[in-house]
Design a protein around this ligand. Structure first.
Ligand SMILES: [Zn+2]
Length: 321
């Protein structure tokens, strides 16, 4: 009995591999590499039961200040599929990805069908992008060389679960094409992920409802997608991009505007100079909190996206209540 049980699956798998591929088993997962934690979380959810994608910007690193490591370059060399947001978010990946051979399928998720994009804003309480004197209205303003890369739009696209669903659809289509043997698993995982994202969306609406109209200041201007989806009120940002540490002048400018803006809370981010936030609120009645839009403090994996979004919602509720 035991012998038969052992031999049968082996025979079946040999037959399967002989039919579909000369070298590897048909169900071998492809090497998938993902740029940043929030996107990696979505890919990991869709690959559950098949394999685990590699992550480039891991630990507490920020995609805004990241430098590629030799181990990342090796992972990219061996990748069958690479997912990234695009050059506006992970500028450090632009050259390495263009140098990859035709064997790797590179998917830029800011181009996924159904993604809603929002323009950068600037002027007034939002730090201008290059030139402190220009206003948002000025015609012909060129974004080509500002600090957030060279895209016209805000690339923190994942901070709206509707965009996450659009990305998940594109990720699934790509994986099904690259690895048809596991198509049913990818598709079932996507369906489950969509349902979880819908539930998350409803949960966040309820969490932030009591603090919806209370203005607050953020460290970098990363939250437009969250704001639009949930109707929360970001009154300004200390810096447009964490690549540029704001100077004393900018800090005192925001400090001076706190009362006018009616901001009751100023949020730091884990990777960047929390001391600046203390300087901004010094001598005012505003409180400070922490928001983590790029998930620097969260362990990677399929649940990270949900922890990230819930974390933002609960930090807003706690600080603004
Ligand atoms: Zn950012």
């Amino acid at each position: 009995m035991t012998m038969v049980k052992t031999i049968l699956p082996l025979a079946a798998s040999l037959l399967f591999s002989g039919l579909f591929s000369g070298t590897a088993l048909a169900a071998d997962p492809p090497n998938v590499v993902v740029s940043i934690k929030p996107i990696h979380s979505l890919v990991a959810a869709i690959m559950e039961g098949v394999g685990t994608p590699d992550l480039i910007v891991d630990g507490a690193a920020s995609p805004h200040t990241y430098a590629l490591k030799p181990s990342n370059a090796r992972a990219l060399q061996g990748a069958k599929v690479v997912f990234w947001v695009g050059p506006g978010m992970e500028a450090f990946l632009e050259k390495p990805l263009s140098a990859l051979g035709a064997n790797a399928l590179v998917v830029e998720l800011d181009k996924a069908p159904g993604i809603a994009k929002l323009k950068f804003r600037e002027g007034g309480p939002f730090e201008a992008h290059d030139d402190g004197d220009e206003h948002a209205e000025s015609a012909g303003h060129d974004h080509d060389d500002h600090d957030h890369g060279h895209e016209e739009f805000d690339t923190h696209l994942w901070l709206d679960p509707h965009n996450a669903k659009a990305m998940a659809a594109e990720i699934t289509t790509t994986l099904v094409a690259a690895d048809p043997a596991n198509a049913l698993t990818y598709e079932a995982n996507q369906k489950a992920l969509d349902d979880r994202l819908d539930a998350l969306d409803a949960e966040i609406v309820a969490t932030v409802a009591p603090v919806k109209d209370k203005p607050f200041i953020v460290f970098h201007d990363a939250y437009q997608y969250f704001e639009r989806r949930y109707g929360v009120h970001v009154a300004g940002s200390i810096t447009v991009s964490p690549e540029t540490i704001p100077g004393a002048e900018r800090v005192s400018e925001i400090h001076g505007k706190l009362a006018d803006l009616g901001a009751t809370c100023v949020f730091a981010e884990p990777q960047f100079e929390p001391k600046l936030v203390n300087v901004v609120i010094e001598g005012t009645s505003a409180k400070s909190g922490v928001l983590d839009p790029e998930a620097a403090t969260l362990p990677q994996g399929p649940d990270l996206y949900f922890d990230l979004m819930r974390g933002i919602a609960s930090s807003l509720k706690t600080c603004l209540s």
